[in-house]
Design a protein around this ligand. Structure first.
Ligand code: FES
Length: 372
């Protein structure tokens, strides 16, 4: 940021002339480029977990130079990078294996099929055992943090949001994490429970307790209905940390419940790979994308992030987490009005003309400079 005055001058020069040849690299950031460290893996096994969920076991692809998988902390994710229709598309998936399994040279990611989901459908239909994939190194801050968090951890999971907590439970079992974990896990029906056998096994550990509630059927050994105050209260202690992973609706309901229990906001942490935004008016604008060797003008819709618009137009815009966390998509807004959804830090950067296209929506015609 100390070069901001200089950068602004460079930007003014850019505005004078949009020729790609004259554009200097104004914000190559060493930290961001580190995140680009890729790992090449081979699908060693595919496990059907439920009707719409599969786990993929990934091991290093030595033929492409990846000898060992990078270690990770329970709660972290990898970003899967697929080349689809002449463009790279990325999706973030929490690791559902334990950190100690990475040392045995495998990861597990667990993917739920999303109706019309581009990447999840390819993973379900096209990816077979033996296929090679490109993934990022593990990233993210979600999970239990010994220094920051209370030792009594309540995890609230909806559907495939169980994945980071499966990793955390395994880490506790392996003594890689020292906390007591209660996972309150909501699914529609018994057949939708992911990792059912593993959960039964992990429940034998005195520091791990999975409590499952079914929202669309009543069965013995399960709670019934959406997660509510009565389900959480028995597991609260004087000091608690709450971790949440699931659909947005779950977060809204839980926040109201947690307020009643007076759990400070600083003790509540969320994982969310879905940014939802509904503009009051739907419009289509023009998006001029300045790259190192090319300038492209495409259309962008007010209810689609700039990243999605670029991907649809075949522009290989950088991305990783897709929810404004990793900073990897950071670009320069040269012209135009935009709406940024997300964390304060992302908003602060936008005041200096840096934006994160994964969480940024157009409110006028836009000119953007990418580092590609
Ligand atoms: S892709 Fe991570 S901040 Fe945009």
């Amino acid at each position: 940021m100390e070069n901001i005055t200089e950068l602004k001058k460079v930007r003014q020069d850019i505005i004078k002339d949009y020729s790609a040849k004259d554009i200097l690299d104004t914000h190559i950031d060493k930290e961001v480029s580190k995140m680009n460290d890729l790992q090449y893996v081979i699908v060693k096994d595919i496990i059907k977990e439920t009707d719409d969920t599969k786990s993929f076991i990934l091991e290093p692809d030595v033929s492409k130079g990846t000898r060992e998988l990078a270690p990770f902390k329970a709660g972290q994710y990898i970003s899967l990078k697929l080349f689809i229709d002449d463009a790279y598309v990325t999706r973030a998936y929490s690791l559902s294996s334990s950190p100690s399994e990475a040392l045995k040279n495998f990861y597990r990611i667990t993917i739920k099929k999303v109706p019309n989901g581009l990447v999840s459908n390819i993973m379900f239909k096209d990816i077979k055992v033996g296929d090679g994939l490109t993934i990022s190194k593990p990233m993210g801050e979600f999970g239990y943090n010994k220094i920051r968090d209370e030792e009594n951890v309540i995890a609230i999971a909806g559907g495939s949001g169980i994945t980071p907590f499966m990793s955390l439970a395994k880490a506790i079992k392996d003594k890689d994490e020292e906390c007591s974990l209660t996972v309150i896990y909501s699914v529609k029906k018994e057949k939708d429970i992911i990792f059912k056998d593993e959960i039964n096994e992990l429940n034998k550990n005195k520091n791990i307790n999975f409590v499952i509630t079914l929202t669309e059927e009543e069965k013995d050994n399960y709670l019934n209905g959406y997660i509510n105050e009565e389900m959480i209260e028995p597991y609260l202690k004087e000091f608690n940390t709450v971790l949440m992973c699931g659909p947005k609706g779950l977060y809204q309901t839980m926040n109201e419940i947690l307020l009643k229990f007076n759990i400070p906001k600083k003790n509540v942490h969320y994982e969310n790979f879905n940014v939802m935004y509904e503009p009051s008016e739907k419009n289509t604008y023009s998006l001029k994308v300045i790259m190192k060797d090319e300038v492209k003008t495409i259309k962008c819709k007010s209810d689609e992030s700039l990243l999605i618009s670029m991907e649809k137009a075949g522009i290989k815009a950088p991305s990783s987490c897709r929810v404004g966390i990793c900073g990897f998509c950071r670009s320069i807004l040269i012209q135009g009005k935009v709406k940024t959804i997300g964390a304060t830090q992302v908003k602060a950067l936008s005041e200096n003309d840096y934006i994160h296209p994964c969480v940024t929506y157009p409110e006028s015609d836009v000119v953007l400079k990418l580092d590609i």
